[in-house]
Design a binder for this molecule. Structure first.
Ligand code: ADP
Ligand code: GN1
Ligand code: MG
Length: 463
């Protein structure tokens, strides 16, 4: 799409009923990857609005999309009023055009829409505190509840097969086969990683097809920056970016938030050593989400949420990498290899969840809790405090130790404290040793003692 100039923006703004003329600023607002978002002010600065050019390469039916948004927000408004809330702040309010339409189509085929600006809110790009993440979780769970009785069949499918992970996988394969920019040679290990995950891609759709989990009306893009938090009270205020509200699975909404929130660095962090999946934040989010959405969910649906975390992360990584192969035409980028960095971050997060007990009861929380103790232990300070020595994991190491991000964390702790690691079912213990800063070769001798597998660290100095 053509880039937005001030005159294009001003003529779009002139089409809307803002209650008088507005001043435009052609700088993009916010950090969305899809639409072009701007803030416009009334000339007397009494009020501001969000003016957005909908990305019509992505959303090919903007009029249908706005029908969804208007109808969903009407439904939400009634719920908010019934609950004694303030609909002016707690959902998006569409500003009509001067001719009464929900969007304005410009001469270049661009589609524009406007909303009231929801004032005095915080939009998180990364989770700063546990409390905020819990708030995001509760707000999204509540959003799901409020849409429980929405007639799903009336919604336009704004992006076909949006969370069809096997189809995303197939699209990746096509982009790889075409390799239009000759970039495949840069991503051999990522390709191998995706191929190894192929079977996982089907899990949620298989559960849906088998009738084990229900189709609901879901948001489908629950990145944490799509929830606004009240700046004064810290309460969750408004779920925004409603373009993808469509029939979907609760696992999609749960998973996309985990992907963005239980990660203690940015989605596009270029240094993979800094990427760390935070199991404690996972648990915080799960509790918050279930506290508002859980009552109507069966155990099978709750269990599916953990798969959502894994598959939304995988799917997003696959999408970033597909875009990288195809020349970065889908997600906005700000630097070369931006999509590659984003994809790698997703894959590192998955490696961290490699031991994720996705099929356990109670969404794996019990087992999560057990293994968390040790995960937290070896995650402590591991980036801050690097000794500069190397630990090499041999082929005999458990597979998850051989993978990038996980290995970094293990390696650091190994060289500081650990002599022996015991895996007992999902449980791990570390037997501490005095720190020794030598460069170590670490091997894992598999010893079976009835029910127990012991990976002993044969730690020998190699230099
Ligand atoms: P995208 O689809 O590109 O992510 P969004 O609709 O999420 O677009 O908008 C991008 C950003 O603009 C949001 O992350 C948020 O910071 C800000 N934003 C969007 N709508 C509003 C609103 N009504 N009030 C305040 N901020 C908003
Ligand atoms: C896009 O629009 P935004 O920035 O909230 C994308 C999501 C991805 C996300 C990755 C419509 O979200 O699906 O998960 O980027 N939205 C669309 O950051 O494709
Ligand atoms: Mg957004």
């Amino acid at each position: 799409m053509k880039s937005v100039t001030l005159s294009l923006l001003q003529s779009a703004a002139n089409a809307f009923d803002f209650g008088g003329p507005v001043l435009c600023d052609a700088h993009h607002y916010g950090e969305g990857h899809i639409n072009d978002t701007f803030v416009v002010w009334r000339e007397d600065h009494s009020k501001r609005f969000i003016l957005q050019r909908i990305n019509t390469d992505t959303f090919t039916n903007p009029v249908g999309l706005m029908e969804n948004v208007c109808s969903v927000t009407r439904h939400l408004r009634a719920k908010i009023l019934a609950e004694g809330g303030d609909p002016a702040r707690e959902t998006l309010n569409v500003i009509p055009t001067l001719s009464g339409s929900t969007c304005y189509l410009d001469a270049d085929g661009g589609a524009w829409r406007a909303y009231d600006f929801v004032e005095d809110t915080i939009c998180l790009q990364q989770v700063g505190s546990e409390t905020d993440f819990r708030t995001v979780a509760e707000t999204l769970g509540k959003f799901q509840n409020q849409l429980e009785d929405y007639p799903a069949s009336t919604l336009h499918e704004t992006i076909a097969r949006f969370h069809d992970t096997p189809n995303r996988y197939a699209n990746f394969e096509k982009a790889l086969a075409a390799d239009a920019l000759g970039r495949a040679k840069n991503i051999t290990s990522e390709i191998e990683f995706i191929h190894a995950m192929e079977q996982d891609c089907h899990v949620l759709l298989d559960q849906l097809a088998a009738g084990e989990i229900p189709l609901r009306v879901t948001h489908n893009d629950t990145k944490i920056n799509n929830v606004l938090i009240d700046a004064a009270t810290g309460k969750g205020i408004c779920v925004i970016d409603l373009d993808t509200v469509m029939p979907g699975l609760s696992a999609y909404d749960f998973g996309d938030s985990i992907r963005t929130g239980a990660n203690d660095c940015a989605e596009d962090e270029p240094d993979q050593r800094k990427v760390h999946f935070d199991l404690h934040l996972y648990e915080v989010f799960a509790k918050g989400y279930l506290s508002t959405a859980g009552a109507s969910m069966s155990m099978a649906e709750k269990k599916s949420l953990a798969w959502g975390a894994r598959l939304m992360t995988l799917e997003c990584g696959i999408r970033f990498l597909t875009d990288y192969l195809e020349g970065d035409h889908y997600f906005h980028i700000a630097r070369p290899d931006h999509n590659l960095d984003r994809a790698r971050t997703q894959f590192t997060l998955i490696i961290f969840c490699a031991q994720h007990p996705v099929s356990d009861t109670n969404m794996g929380l019990d087992q999560m809790r057990r293994i968390r103790v040790s995960f937290q232990f070896f995650a402590q300070g591991c980036h801050v405090n690097s000794q500069g020595s190397n630990v090499i994991f041999l082929r005999t190491a458990p597979y998850f130790l051989r993978e990038g991000g996980m290995r970094q964390h293990f390696a650091h702790i190994m060289r500081q404290h650990t002599q022996q690691l015991v895996l007992d079912g999902g449980q791990m213990q570390f037997i501490l040793a005095q720190p020794d800063a030598a460069c170590r070769e670490v091997d894992f001798q598999r010893t079976i003692d009835k029910n127990r597998t012991i990976y002993a660290v044969r730690s020998q100095q190699i230099q």
